[in-house]
Write a protein that binds this ligand. Structure first.
Ligand code: NIG
Ligand code: FE
Length: 408
């Protein structure tokens, strides 16, 4: 038993499932609390005056009057990859766009070349170092997308690394299959044929081996069309994989409408989303997974978070960590950007990186809020209130991280 005493402010959303509209900002802010942990689970939360004496043998941890929140959940990353892409930045600064670099065989395809060459062991070792650092930054669960293999064996190699991370690392990993992340060089100019390969060979193997829970597609101008994306996501659904979609990152070609039509769990990016796209997400009950650090790094506009909230679309916020459009896994920085550029309130932001992120990973029953019966994934912050967390940037404000009831 662990008893966490002297919590200055316990800030947490309450309940399960995604919170939309005004509910996104309705969280519990309780001062002077004590939290009891039994094994991996929270078993009691009390105001200090009403807290029973700690049971004999309990480990008492003093939270020093600081802020405590649920552990952060990064619900969109691409964290298993070989190499880096630092050589792209000068091209970008000379005016080349993200899609132009991809069309020249660079971008995602550059990382595909490097990832194919790296051994499973090397990919694993480096991903572990990323996750160690993410944990220090307060992230206790992370989604991880494949998509740098783009062939059956290479996608399975990447998914195997993700499975090993799942089995060995304190950060819980949720796997998403993103075989349709780009058209591989062997299929250049034949995106329909690659779509067919994904549907007929790769996806069935991924489903059969239970390699991923979700299926994602990069639905974008010059990458996968809406009709190709529909085929892939529908095939995934038939095989038991829930849908996610990279939609409206650069151009609004109908990805959000497709997300609504298919009842995707989340539509991700949405920088260029149209009013019709927003309505489709609201009608389909789709979570908007927004990635402000990608807007920052691509020098693009910020997704219309306020409008999404106004129209009752639940908003989650994630890092999008990848070697091209966002070489940072610092979710605290994404929080700062959401505060300043999405104009979200600290309360809405907390919901976005905990409860709504959990919902977008089908993990609402277990994580995302601090309530009796939920997993004891939490962060003690070097801050007294949520506003400070959103305001300070560039340094790590984490004091202590608990994962499944243990200090990590
Ligand atoms: O979410 N846009 C597609 N995928 C990633 C970028 C991947 C990469 O550039 O390596 C994204 O931005
Ligand atoms: Fe992404």
């Amino acid at each position: 038993m662990v008893v966490l005493t002297n919590i200055g402010l316990l800030a947490t959303p309450l309940g399960s499932g995604p919170a939309a509209g005004d509910c996104q900002g309705e969280i519990s802010l309780a001062q002077d609390q004590v939290l009891w942990i039994d094994g991996p689970q929270i078993c009691g939360i009390y105001p200090r005056q009403k807290a029973p004496a700690p049971p004999t043998g309990a480990t008492v941890v003093d939270a020093q009057g600081l802020l405590v929140t649920p552990g952060l959940i990064d619900c969109h990353t691409h964290l298993v990859f070989g190499g880096w892409r630092q050589h792209e930045v000068p091209l970008k600064l000379r005016g080349a766009s993200y899609l132009e670099i991809l069309q020249m065989g660079g971008g995602i395809l550059d990382t595909v070349r490097q990832t194919r060459q790296w051994s499973e062991e090397d990919l694993y070792t480096r991903a572990v170092s990323f996750l160690d650092d993410m944990l220090r930054l307060g992230v206790t669960t992370a989604e991880c997308k494949s998509g740098y293999g783009l062939s059956l064996s290479q996608e399975l190699k990447q998914l195997q690394v993700q499975r090993k991370l799942q089995q060995t690392h304190s950060v819980e990993i949720v796997s998403t299959f993103l075989g349709a992340h780009a058209v591989p060089p062997e299929y250049e100019g034949r995106s329909d044929a690659y779509t067919q390969l994904v549907c007929q060979e790769i996806l069935p193997a991924v489903a059969q081996g239970h390699w991923a829970e979700f299926c994602d597609v990069f639905c974008e101008e010059g990458v996968f069309t809406v009709s190709q994306s529909r085929k892939i996501l529908q095939t995934g659904q038939e095989l038991g994989l829930a849908s996610k979609i990279h939609a409206d990152e650069i151009a609004a070609i109908g990805g959000s409408q497709l997300a609504g039509e298919l009842g995707a769990i989340s539509a991700e990016h949405l920088i260029a989303i149209s009013p019709e796209g927003i309505q489709a997400l609201a009608a389909g009950g789709v979570i908007a997974d927004l990635l402000p650090a990608t807007s920052f790094y691509l020098k693009k506009p910020y997704a219309p978070a306020r409008e999404l909230i106004r129209q009752n679309v639940p908003v989650a916020i994630a890092s999008d960590f990848n070697p091209g459009s966002c070489p940072s896994y610092n979710l605290q920085f994404a929080i700062n950007l959401a505060y300043l550029y999405y104009s979200m309130t600290p309360e809405e932001i907390l919901t976005a990186v905990t409860r709504n992120a959990a919902a977008s990973l089908h993990r609402s029953h277990k994580i995302g809020t601090l309530e009796v019966g939920k997993q004891a994934d939490l962060v003690i912050w070097n801050a007294k209130d949520l506003q400070t967390l959103c305001y300070r940037f560039g340094s790590n404000l984490v004091h202590t991280v608990f994962k499944k009831g243990k200090i990590v």
